[in-house]
Design a protein around this ligand. Structure first.
Ligand SMILES: O=C(O)CCC(=O)C(=O)O
Length: 299
């Protein structure tokens, strides 16, 4: 099911589809304007990397005028995967544009349809600059829960959003519908990419159907953290930019061992929802004294 949504909230049919299949595609949930702050944050990071590569004499041009979807790939075109992986296969910086995306009302509306209005943004969020020719861009079959097997947190919903059109050439997401009803499977740590993904072996996948999910930029794919998924290599010459964000009800384990999440929405206590300054300072909730000080300073 991939029907257009009205605002961010899901229809009854979409909720039923998610419950049954373990995922739902929301095409074009976000507009270019909605994505702009996150794109700007990514551009800031790419410029920082370009400056470092220039300084180290690894490149001769920071390619400042190249389009967003090509620049990072072209910066590393003549370099090795190790040069790229020095910056990590995925990024989790605290740059304001990411907070704007993670707290975007349309995303929270969709999540609210599934778990209600007390929403905690899980500390595990990733910005994925999947460039061509780096094996670690392709993600093996896994369940997200294998990254937090001991956390008493349920459900955790992943919201996967591409910032460029994601397709089978640049390595879109693939999912096995209905596998969210499975227990957490015994995973291993893959050795091929050198970056330690959790992975399932071929024999654990059984005969369950695989669905490829090509989607335009700004679409969202929501899935349950037990749902089996993977992504294929990037065989294009562009960067398959995406983010994966995660949300859960507020009465679950906030997983501090993975970082600091934040209260993204509360229908019961709306004044407690974190704002940008809270997130930048690593506070999970709105600091009311800071808010009062800020108001006083403004007169
Ligand atoms: O973005 C990808 O290629 C894979 C994403 C993924 O595995 C995840 O969000 O858990």
């Amino acid at each position: 099911m991939s029907q257009r949504t009205n605002g961010g909230s899901l229809t009854k049919d979409q909720i039923a589809f998610y419950e049954e299949e373990g995922y739902i595609v929301l095409p074009d949930l976000l507009t270019e304007d909605d994505l702009a702050p996150a794109r700007e944050a990514m551009t800031t990071k790419v410029s920082m990397i370009a400056e470092e590569l220039l300084r180290d004499g690894l490149i001769g041009d920071a390619l400042e005028n190249r389009p967003f979807k090509y620049r990072l790939a072209e910066l590393f075109r003549e370099l090795t995967p190790d040069h790229f992986l020095k910056y990590g296969r995925s990024w989790r910086d605290r740059i304001p544009g990411y907070f704007q995306l993670m707290s975007h009302p349309k995303i929270l509306d969709a999540v609210e349809s599934l778990i209600g209005g007390e929403i905690f943004s899980n500390p595990v969020y990733n910005v994925r600059p999947k460039i061509p020719r780096v094996a670690a861009g392709a993600v093996p079959w896994h369940q997200d829960k294998s990254y937090w097997p001991d956390a008493n947190s349920n459900p955790v919903i992943t919201v996967w959003i591409p910032l460029v059109d994601a397709n089978e050439v640049n390595g879109c997401l693939h999912i096995k519908p209905r596998t969210h009803k499975k227990q957490l499977l015994k995973w291993h740590i893959e050795k091929e990419t050198g970056t330690g993904y959790t992975a399932l072996s071929e024999s654990q996948l059984g005969k369950t159907r695989t669905v490829a999910l090509p989607v335009p930029a700004g679409s969202a794919i929501l899935f349950n953290d037990r749902c089996l998924h993977m992504s294929t290599p990037n065989l294009s010459d562009e960067v398959r930019w995406s983010v994966d964000l995660r949300y859960q009800p507020t009465d679950q384990d906030p997983m501090p061992q993975h970082g600091i999440g934040f209260l993204a929405r509360s229908r019961l206590y709306p004044w407690k929802a974190a704002e940008l300054d809270d997130w930048l300072a690593g506070r999970m909730e709105r600091d009311s004294s800071a808010a009062a000080d800020a108001a006083a300073a403004q007169g």
